[in-house]
Design a protein around this ligand. Structure first.
Ligand code: ZN
Ligand code: FE
Length: 254
């Protein structure tokens, strides 16, 4: 069994540490310091680094970690990350032998051009594509791409644990409630996640099932969500992709 531990970085980033015995891997180390502190404190050795996309808050610590640990660095083939040693893309498999776990690589473009996710052992590391009750901004991709990427993640089993790159959940929930004020699962989630944050705890991991029930960006085909998008646009969006695009624009301006 592997444990997944959140290491906080910057204001609201999570670097995810995967641990089995005395071995660890990290996902999206934007900063080396929290990782080096964790490894020293727990007396574990770094076995691998995984990156979901090229933004500095996800890859900025890799160079310094590599000076201390000569480990493989997996990351998207088609993004500019000079520190990647093992470029990957959709359909590849990343086997972390020291941890006894393997991940399938999923292409999930939209936030960035070649953003990837790592999925295995019922764990999903999805960077800045799917957030708890939200999704990443479209910096390099189209609404069509992001909508398809989110649909790919939504098709994973409901009990998949979702580890995102940021603690944005409460702000995302506030927006989701504007979209779906009558969603009872969303209201319950708002209470539960607010209570976690009051105790200083992460709202993550989420699950795919919870996201499907409460995340408006996965619910563009729901009549209530489509109606809210139509109200925002002042006309009929007409397709789930257009609903998704309207929600993304609305959230950007909210
Ligand atoms: Zn990003
Ligand atoms: Fe980020």
């Amino acid at each position: 069994m592997i444990d997944v531990i959140p290491l906080q970085a910057f204001n609201d980033n999570y670097i995810w540490a995967l641990r089995a015995g005395r071995h660890a891997a990290v996902v999206d180390p934007g900063d080396a310091a929290p990782v080096l502190d964790y490894l020293a404190r727990e007396d574990v050795a770094l076995a691998a680094i995984l990156a979901t996309h090229h933004h500095p808050d996800h890859v900025g610590g890799i160079g310094e970690l590599r000076q201390a640990f000569d480990v493989p660095v997996y990351g998207p083939r088609a993004e500019p990350i000079p520190t990647v040693t093992h470029p990957v893309s959709g359909g590849d498999r990343v086997a972390l032998a020291p941890l006894g776990v393997a991940f399938d690589v999923l292409d999930i473009p939209g936030h960035t051009r070649a953003h990837v996710a790592y999925y295995g052992a019922k764990l999903l590391f999805c960077g800045d594509t799917l957030f708890a009750c939200g999704c990443g901004r479209l910096f390099e991709g189209t609404p069509e791409q992001m909508h398809a990427s989110l649909a790919k993640l939504a098709a994973l089993p409901d009990d998949t644990l979702v580890y995102c790159g940021h603690e944005y959940t409460l702000a995302n929930i506030a927006f989701a409630r504007q979209v779906e004020p009558d969603n009872a699962a969303l209201a319950a989630r708002a209470r539960a996640d607010a209570a976690l944050r009051e105790k200083g705890l992460p709202t993550l991991p989420s699950t795919i099932g919870r996201e499907k029930a409460t995340n408006p960006f996965l619910r563009a085909a729901e009549p209530a969500v489509a109606a809210a998008a139509d109200r925002y646009l002042g006309r009929r969006a007409g397709s789930p992709v257009a609903v998704f695009a309207a929600l993304r624009e609305w959230k950007n301006r909210a």
